[in-house]
Design a protein around this ligand. Structure first.
Ligand code: FE2
Ligand code: FE2
Length: 320
């Protein structure tokens, strides 16, 4: 808390309703109020029994990873709210309250699938890959925890790259692609299809906020922040891509549902590249361009459906 408070934003100037985070907040109130407890998983439980053991194993692996990831981001978002509160950025903090509530709903929803559909009991931690452990047990919590003592622009940028660009932008995006490929193509688990679509729509706002935050830091502080973003991305992207390969490796040449790591890596890289170039554009933009322009909002599709039309190549220096 700021012990030297002398005024409030809302009484001095009023809320800045045109600010990009306020636009996200309006969307969050409209679109983010769905209830994971209300999704009907009855048909899913029947479908689950008809799947082969390896098919169940792959879906259980993917869901266990999402479940852990959602719990992690729920814990790890808090220092970012604190930073915005202390900076008096009320509009950003307002949006972040919806963000945190949505992560909590995702924890609940994936938990319902594990319990009510897959009948999973006991420890699922053996489904975590080494790269996953590096990201969720070390890189993400340490990057976010650092904000408690240092909210400088470069530290904030490194946290946002880790949280919104790598964890939500690359890992989660590839996970949705896996669910879509498997569930829609095989016309199974309708409750889970609904749930994943809702989660992805929420996550599009989260990543949109991350792109905004990074763009505003770049527009305001220039090259030192840009260099920190570039370095952090190069440091973590290989782990994200390794995680995808390590997730499918146990199935060797017989990956259930005929999926391949390359399919998902393409999606992850393409999304990453789009956002990376949007943030880079902020190097030549004014702060007002970032605050009120459409630069960041382009990363937040209303429907939340990934564009799967064209393959992507890793940006230079980011090949693994
Ligand atoms: Fe989430
Ligand atoms: Fe999220």
């Amino acid at each position: 808390m700021n012990p030297h408070r002398t005024t409030f934003t809302t009484t001095r100037t009023g809320l800045d309703r045109g600010l990009y985070p306020m636009r996200l907040w309006q969307k969050a109130k409209r679109l983010g109020t769905w209830d994971p407890a209300a999704i009907d998983f009855t048909a899913d439980a029947g479908d689950w029994k008809g799947l082969t053991e390896p098919e169940q194993d792959l879906l259980l692996r993917l869901t266990a990873q999402f479940q852990g990831g959602e719990e992690s981001v729920t814990y790890d978002l808090l220092p970012l709210l604190q930073v915005m509160a202390e900076a008096g950025r009320i509009e950003e903090e307002m949006f972040l309250t919806s963000y945190l509530w949505e992560e909590a709903k995702h924890v609940e929803g994936f938990g319902r699938f594990l319990r009510d559909v897959a009948g999973a009991e006991g420890d699922l931690d053996h489904y975590f890959t080494d790269a996953y452990r590096h990201i969720f047990f070390e890189a993400l919590p340490s990057a976010m925890d650092r904000l408690r003592s240092d909210a400088s622009p470069t530290v904030l940028a490194e946290a946002a790259v880790t949280y919104q660009m790598i964890v939500e932008g690359v890992l989660a995006e590839t996970g949705y692609e896996a669910y879509y490929t498997v569930l829609e193509a095989n016309d199974i688990l309708p409750g889970m299809q609904t749930f994943v679509r809702n989660v992805q729509r929420d996550e599009a706002r989260h990543v949109g906020y991350g792109v905004f935050l990074l763009a505003r830091l770049v527009a305001e502080h220039g090259d030192p922040v840009w260099d920190a973003i570039d370095a952090r991305m190069n440091q973590l992207l290989p782990f994200a891509l390794q995680h995808i390969e390590q997730t499918l490796a146990p199935y060797e040449d017989e990956v259930p549902f005929g999926i391949t790591a390359e399919d998902f890596i393409e999606v992850g890289i393409k999304q990453f590249e789009n956002r990376f170039s949007r943030i880079e554009r902020a190097r030549s933009q004014s702060l007002d361009d970032v605050y009120y322009g459409h630069q960041a909002s382009a990363s937040e599709p209303e429907a939340g459906t990934p564009d799967r039309t064209s393959p992507a190549q890793p940006p230079p220096g980011l090949r693994t």
